[in-house]
Design a protein around this ligand. Structure first.
Ligand code: DGY
Length: 424
């Protein structure tokens, strides 16, 4: 398959998933605007339609709450094909949204868009900078009590059923969850999705936070689940570094961001599990590490953190599969090559790992991950995720973020010149 064909196909996927001023991750399975999916879409659009890229981010920020939180789903138009929809979340927001957040990659990719053409980006950035700042402040005020970023629901991590959450989720009471009908398994093979017990627990956490009217203080006191996540922590740290540079480009004061960076550097260090030899999730209610290696552990370089042991561990994890980086190592007894975040390779995660490695000068490893990602797309298309042993596609097809990272990272170098200016 030629790169020209794949470039065209990736653009076609972005256009087909484009509902005007936001994209859906894929039609059917995810019919709304998802937070980090949308931010990834921006780096794809930025390679051929920079204004559309900024509009994607602008629409995402239109769902921001007064508190500063940017929700993980914005329900622009009701869709029966998804559960749990706005009627379940009951967040009382306009536009309707979920009540939890997602990894804050938006500032990282706003920086990518800005760097393509700072003059064209400035008006968009001026509008967006205070909103990004408010969101990052919300994280600092409400989620960084241990220094690292705490999540209140596995869906916030974006890595829904990763083994990282198994122990902490075992403490969630599901006795009041009752009957409900999942929609995801009507779209996708149930073996590739989270299990029924996972869903029961997801809903139990949703209901208990909903009972607080989405009050962050009450959620923190009452929730049965609060885990410090390396993925969120590394992403927010990098996002703050990028937000700082964006602020400087606008002539803004960045002192507050400097304090967040300092706190997150200290917080990230608390997630080092010496016994495991890896960054790891930490259950803030029990004080126990999950003892689970995930692809998000390898976002450390993205955050600007160097660690020799992590380099050796990444080599070992890559050697265990044909197409890395698996979301969980093949050597683990919890590894499942097809089930969502319990083994499959996610190319957007590869992008975060690869971008970090390249930025830190580990170009050979970065290239290796880029090459695997390229092979997966060449062989199997633009799927949501991939079996790391067989290389087959899994989950949703024609996926926005896979197409976006093809254009924005995997095959990025040759596409920049095709960018058109809407105003010219
Ligand atoms: C889902 O519905 O599968 C999502 O991951 C929740 O955001």
């Amino acid at each position: 398959m030629s790169t020209t064909y794949l470039d065209n196909k990736a653009r076609e996927i972005l256009r087909n998933n484009d509902l005007g001023d936001y994209t859906v991750p894929t039609h059917g399975l995810y019919p709304y605007q998802w937070n980090w999916d949308s931010a990834f879409a921006a780096i794809g659009f930025a390679t051929f339609d920079l204004d559309r890229a900024w509009i994607e981010l602008k629409t995402l920020m239109s769902g921001q709450w007064d508190s500063g939180m940017v929700p993980h789903i914005i329900f622009h138009e009701d869709d029966e094909g998804y559960f749990p929809g706005p009627g379940v979340w009951q967040t009382n927001q306009t536009p309707a949204t979920s009540g939890i957040t997602q990894p804050p990659v938006a500032a990282i990719f706003a920086r990518t868009c800005f760097d393509v053409d700072p003059e064209r980006g400035k008006p968009y950035l001026k509008e967006m900078f205070p909103k990004l700042l408010k969101w990052h402040r919300w994280f600092s005020d409400h989620r960084c009590e241990s220094g690292a970023v705490a999540i209140t629901h596995p869906w916030e991590s974006g890595r829904d059923n990763a083994p990282d959450w198994d122990d902490a989720m075992a403490n969630v009471d599901i006795s009041d969850v009752g009957e409900y009908q999942r929609r995801d398994t009507a779209h996708i093979d149930a073996d590739m999705r989270p299990s029924k017990i996972d869903y029961d627990r997801y809903l139990s956490l949703l209901y208990s936070s909903r009972d607080t009217a989405w009050d962050e203080t009450l959620i923190r006191t009452n929730s049965a689940f609060r885990v410090a996540d390396p993925g969120m922590t590394f992403i927010l740290l990098r996002a703050n570094r990028d937000l700082r540079d964006l602020g400087l480009a606008l002539g803004e004061s960045v002192e507050e961001i400097d304090t967040w960076i300092e706190q997150l550097e200290i917080g990230a260090a608390t997630l080092w599990n010496d016994a495991l030899g890896s960054y790891d999730s930490l259950d803030l209610l029990t004080g126990k590490f999950s003892n689970s290696i995930s692809n998000a552990s390898f976002f450390c370089w993205l955050a600007g953190i160097e660690n020799e042991q992590m380099l050796a561990l990444l080599r070992e994890v890559l050697d265990g599969v044909k197409y890395g980086v698996p979301s969980h190592p093949a050597s683990s007894n919890k590894f499942n090559a097809k089930r969502y975040w319990r083994g499959p390779t996610w190319i957007m995660s590869n992008t975060l790992v690869g971008m970090g490695l390249e930025k830190q000068g580990h170009t050979q490893l970065g290239d290796e991950i880029r090459k695997s990602s390229r092979q997966l797309i060449e062989q199997s298309g633009f799927h949501e995720y991939f079996d790391p042993i067989e290389g087959t596609g899994a989950g949703g097809a024609d996926f926005t973020w896979t197409a976006a990272v093809w254009l924005g990272w995997i095959n990025a170098r040759k596409t920049e010149s095709t960018n058109t200016n809407r105003t010219s």
